[in-house]
Design a protein around this ligand. Structure first.
Ligand SMILES: NC(=O)c1ccc[n+]([C@@H]2O[C@H](COP(=O)([O-])OP(=O)(O)OC[C@H]3O[C@@H](n4cnc5c(N)ncnc54)[C@H](O)[C@@H]3O)[C@@H](O)[C@H]2O)c1
Length: 315
């Protein structure tokens, strides 16, 4: 795949939540996209979802083009063979089981050109778990998006030990081309980077809650009125670089021993069903079950506003 010399063509496999969002990301950037789903209903529903999505993005001034021009670049196709024919990259988004990924990757390996990059959106599974036996395993990798990828640009590119540098670099270049932010996971690890960091934060929140240090609402406030404000435009490393007059080493000299001490009291968490049920009850008092959907729309609007703000700032 040579992204510099032509407009890469994309195949999207699986037209659920993530597949259709990817289709929109690629089409928004001007690429031709084919999309396939084994469930005919999901395939026919996906174009309606994409249209609404693009119109919402247009309303939020996050796309400048006429929404119908974007939608027209996406072609639903009825077979895996059609979606695999003559594309530069396949983005796979089917259900999250090792068996399903093994099966779809072996079919895609047989149906695609030998230089097509095969990328999985899997949230947790390392590439080597489902590509080991493939003739074309050197062009397989994980490209894990963050939901929703049309608003949150991070893509974790995680190759297996046998993935070629060429495939990895092509994928990185392609995600940059479509205005996502790829990061390279240099060695395979379960859950990649984002979900591991998210897991560490959630485990600590659960521990603090379970041990009675604060309510779930106040713990959420720690993020939304505290850490989240900084973390929405810079990472924890840049944060500590700026939080002591002379940078990272200065910060570590001042506070490093305290963090090391605290880390001894930061235990694992078992996600006890009782504790989770208690948090659910507290959440339902703040937000009733029938308000979940409208609050999700509110979340998407807030994300759009934040992206809009970010896009106009040099970060
Ligand atoms: N939902 C998230 O927040 C999120 C975020 C990042 C990555 N992911 C990953 O993306 C992938 C898809 O997740 P989702 O949330 O879109 O799931 P989903 O259930 O919304 O969509 C999955 C789609 O795949 C289709 N499908 C199943 N088997 C198929 C097959 N053999 N061939 C073609 N289509 C098939 C289903 O009909 C369904 O439409 C998973 O691997 C998931 O871990 C999800």
């Amino acid at each position: 795949m040579t992204t510099s010399t032509h407009h890469p063509k994309i195949g999207v496999v699986g037209a659920g939540l993530i597949g259709r969002a990817w289709a929109m990301v690629f089409a928004r950037a001007g690429l031709q996209v084919k999309i396939f789903d084994a469930d005919a209903k999901a395939l026919s529903a996906c174009m309606g979802h994409i249209e609404t999505l693009v119109q919402d993005m247009r309303a939020a001034d996050l796309v400048q083009e006429n929404p119908s021009a974007i939608v027209q670049r996406i072609t639903p196709v009825n077979t895996l063979a059609e979606v695999c024919a003559d594309v530069d990259l396949i983005q796979e988004n089917i259900r999250e089981t090792v068996e399903a990924k093994i099966d779809i990757f072996s079919q895609m390996d047989a149906l695609t050109r030998k230089d097509t990059v095969l990328a999985s959106s899997t949230s947790w599974l390392p590439t080597s778990l489902f590509t080991k036996e493939l003739a074309g395993r050197d062009r397989c990798l994980v490209a894990h998006p963050t939901n929703p990828p049309y608003l949150i640009p991070l893509v974790e590119v995680s190759p297996a030990p046998w993935t070629s540098d060429k495939a990895t670099q092509s994928a990185m270049a392609l995600y940059k081309l479509v205005k996502q932010e790829p990061v390279l996971v240099r060695k395979e690890i379960h859950g990649f980077l984002l979900n591991r960091v998210q897991g560490a934060v959630l485990n600590e929140m659960l521990n603090l809650y379970e041990q009675g240090f604060a309510s779930s609402e106040d713990l959420d406030k720690v993020m939304k009125f505290g850490l989240g404000l900084r973390w929405s435009f810079m990472g924890p490393f840049e944060t500590i670089d700026l939080n002591a007059p002379d940078g990272v080493v200065d910060y570590a000299n001042r506070y490093g021993h305290t963090y090391a001490e605290v880390s001894k009291t930061q235990a694992d968490n078992t996600w006890s069903p009782q504790v989770i049920a208690q948090i659910e009850r507290e959440r339902r008092q703040v937000l009733s079950h029938d308000q979940l959907e409208s609050r999700s729309h509110w979340r998407d609007r807030r994300l759009m506003a934040l992206r809009h703000h970010q896009k106009n700032q040099p970060i």
